[in-house]
Design a protein around this ligand. Sequence first.
Ligand code: PLP
Length: 351
Amino acid sequence: MSLRLSVDGDRWRTHLRHVADTTPGLTPVLKGNGYGFGLHRLARKAGWLGVDTVAVGTYPELAEVAPRYDGDLLVLTPWRPFGPALEVDPTLARRVIHTVSRVEDIAPLLERDPQARIVLELVTSMRRHGLTRRDLEAAAEEVRRHEGVELEGVAIHLPLGHGSHLSEVRRLMTHVVAAELPTRTLWVSHLTASELERLRASYSDFEVRPRIGTSLWLGDRGALRVTASVLDVHAVDRGDVFGYRGRSMPKPGHLVVVSGGTAHGIGLEAPTGDLSIKARAATLARGGLDAVGFVRSPFSLDGKQRLFAEPPHMQASMLFLPQGARVPAVGDDVDVRVRFTATTFDAVTID
Ligand SMILES: *Cc1c(COP(=O)(O)O)cnc(C)c1O
């Protein structure tokens, strides 16, 4: 019994093609659970789109993507002198582009592969990984010292949305220009189309390469439908005992058992990515808990989001349906609102 992702193939492909056609230098990001679709599917789709490079999240992901896509493979997780970065299949060496975020990693990386292809990542207001202005100058020195190395650009990974990123990018670009690096490629993340356009206009001697995942693969939600199945329905009276915790029903209605549980990623976190305080308050007010202590679930019946009768189980969930609501039949589909990047589907169909 399953949690399914059904994709309207024509509509999805039209969206992907539109993004590719309107985003010069597009570098699709394929990482994690493949945004719900699976890395193998996205790898083939990237080939179909005809892009010359894709970005994977981690070194181990190369194994799933590389056999299904012919172009270059940028690894977003910075290289480190330990772990899976040291286990890259040697036959991929010429296709892989390493992200370097510390000066001290350059020498050991080039010792292992003197012709390594690298991108230098700058630290941004994210403060996750990256070189400072001073590091960048030291890195430029290192690059000049090593003849074989192929510098494939600099990278700027910005935090998600909220106001313009352009002043930060401009500030970082002055460091890039000052470092006189032998590259004219700029990899950026999380810039809007209009920010990209303005960046290109300001730095017309640079090739700007946007790394995009969410708004590419998940940009047309109308092409995607997530469904579970009704597995069982039980009429219950007030006082009836149910569930793992032997709780008694606070009011009469139906228990509806649906497919989909914690193993799929159901209920592990709020099904919305919007974490502003206002949005969280609204979620609570809208029924984080109802009057008798049931928690809102991501499952909808008849267009209405239903309450969990108890926290989701590993592969199924128990919902409470109040008296008066239409009672579904076993086998009916149930719509589910999920975070695609945190969901494991049992089946993905594209038609
Ligand atoms: C995940 C990631 C992206 C893509 O992010 P989306 O929000 O899915 O477009 C871009 N750049 C870096 C460095 C990332 O880790």
